[in-house]
Design a protein around this ligand. Structure first.
Ligand code: FES
Ligand code: FE2
Length: 345
């Protein structure tokens, strides 16, 4: 498969599962960033994501390893490893091997989803996963939404940046989504690792943006995770997550939450909400069809109207690529937006 010209090892948060997929005491195998990993949930409910191989003699902990309390026990010789990947017990010796450690990853679990922090150099997280239900500066909480409807597409030949670019691509709506409008982008903000794009939707070109009561706000937290809030036509929230599997493919996860009818406490999606969620997922599927066959165009042939959004987004994206990050850090020694946010963790 063709290798995209952009690094498939960007820094940031990446979704690796939905919470419901890993119950208490369960161990799950996964491969991301060309690395065999496992995720497991302790008796107390904490999620750990770590490399899959036992540091003793290399057994794969996802094939026969089991959770015991807050540890995972290797199926080969019973060594026990904690959530930091430290060896805490060798059952046939008096002491554990304190020096040996399995690489484990910072994790975040929110919005029914599990994310890992990836940084090739092992750096700590310097921005947060957006809270799609309670993080949009309004009074919303998870209780205002039905449980998510979801879509998983495994191993697509696409790069996370294509998906982020969709947010500034106002011209594709009419063609890919077959909607009778062109969104009007009212705000771009690409100054921090978490960037923002807002747009309003009008059905009539004579309507002014400020008079429109339908719109979308998007929060891109690095290249792996994008959250949106839509209001007006359908009250929904979405989470788009693209996680590199290897040097050419990614898993794409999409979650959509439909606004709850006041007073409705059902734990499953009612028919009407299911219908709406399916429609949103279908629109997303139309994007996937483009992305998964797209070739990265650099430089692209942008119109004047497209220039600003795409250029800013592509500049912003560079900070997440290890190679570009090194270049940015050596050429600009003065503290910029990137430097300032990275110092407060
Ligand atoms: S290989 Fe894991 S305990 Fe020996
Ligand atoms: Fe789209």
């Amino acid at each position: 498969m063709a290798k995209p010209p952009l690094s498939m090892k960007p820094t940031g948060w990446f979704q690796v599962a939905w919470s419901a997929e890993i119950g208490i005491g369960e161990v799950r195998c996964m491969k991301y960033f060309d690395t065999e990993m496992i995720a497991w949930r302790s008796a107390a409910g904490a999620i750990t994501v770590m490399d899959a191989y036992c540091e003793h003699l290399g057994a794969h902990l996802g094939h026969g390893g089991h959770v015991d309390g807050d540890r995972i026990v290797c199926p080969f010789h019973g060594w026990e490893w904690n959530s930091e990947g430290r060896n805490v017990c060798i059952p046939y010796e008096r002491r554990p091997n304190r020096g040996r450690r399995i690489r484990s990853y910072p994790v975040a679990e929110l919005n029914e989803s599990i994310f890992l922090w990836h940084d090739v150099d092992g750096g700590a997280p310097y921005f947060d996963v957006p809270d799609v239900l309670a993080g949009f500066d309004d009074d919303s909480t998870a209780a205002d939404y039905y449980p998510a409807a979801t879509l998983l597409r495994h191993g697509l030949e696409l790069h996370p940046q294509y998906v982020m670019e969709n947010g500034v691509d106002f011209a594709h709506f009419a063609f890919v989504h077959k909607v009778p409008f062109m969104p009007d982008i009212t705000r771009h903000d690409f100054t921090l690792p978490t960037s923002y794009v807002d747009f309003t939707i009008a059905f009539d070109e004579n309507t002014r943006a400020e008079d429109v009561n339908s719109g979308v706000r998007a929060v891109n937290a690095g290249l792996g995770v994008a959250a949106t809030k839509s209001w007006g036509m359908v009250d929904n929230r979405t989470l788009t997550a693209v996680t590199p599997v290897d040097d050419s493919t990614s898993d794409v996860r999409f979650s959509v939450w439909i606004g709850r009818r006041p007073g409705d406490t059902s734990t499953e999606l009612p028919t009407r909400a299911k219908f709406l969620a399916d429609a949103v997922i279908e629109q997303f599927t139309a994007d996937i069809r483009i992305w998964s066959h797209q070739r990265y165009c650099d430089p692209p042939a942008l119109t004047q109207g497209e220039y600003d959004g795409f250029t800013q987004l592509r500049e912003w994206a560079k900070q997440f690529y290890p190679e570009d990050r090194a270049a940015i850090e050596t050429t600009s020694r003065r503290p910029g937006p990137l430097g300032s946010e990275r110092t407060h963790t």
